[in-house]
Design a protein around this ligand. Sequence first.
Ligand code: UDP
Ligand code: MG
Length: 134
Amino acid sequence: MSGNKTFTIIKPDAYEAAYSGPIIEKIESAGFKILNMRLERLDNPRAGKFYAVHKDKPFFERLCAYMCSGPIIVIELEKENAVEDFRKLIGATNPEDADEGTIRKLYAKSIEANAVHGSDSDENAQIEINFFFS
Ligand code: UDP
Ligand code: MG
């Protein structure tokens, strides 16, 4: 059975471009309930910890620097089938491959500065929620 929680981050590019409002509106319109939300600023060690699964990837250092480049908004969300439905709502990692109408298609700048994070499994959703909200 799939879980009912997921976790998202409005990333520095989207926050800076004042897309937080439109993005949150899309999330709520899609039926997600906000359970927790906070403006946050990451430093490099904390960004590295959050993205530890990617530590051996060629983009890791850049990704961490980018995630520390400005404020972010961290949000705990609730909905039936949350993880899968949220990944559909945000679209592919690379906005060039994202479906029309998805958040990344509408608001992302690049594969790195791609507007939002979305958990990839129920287990990781809970780990990420605990990372920011405990
Ligand atoms: N990323 C990047 N270059 C890549 C792939 C990913 O900069 O070639 C960044 C991008 O910000 C992405 C994050 O690393 O959202 C995590 O990558 P993942 O493969 O987990 O994509 P996601 O789950 O966010 O779609
Ligand atoms: Mg991922």
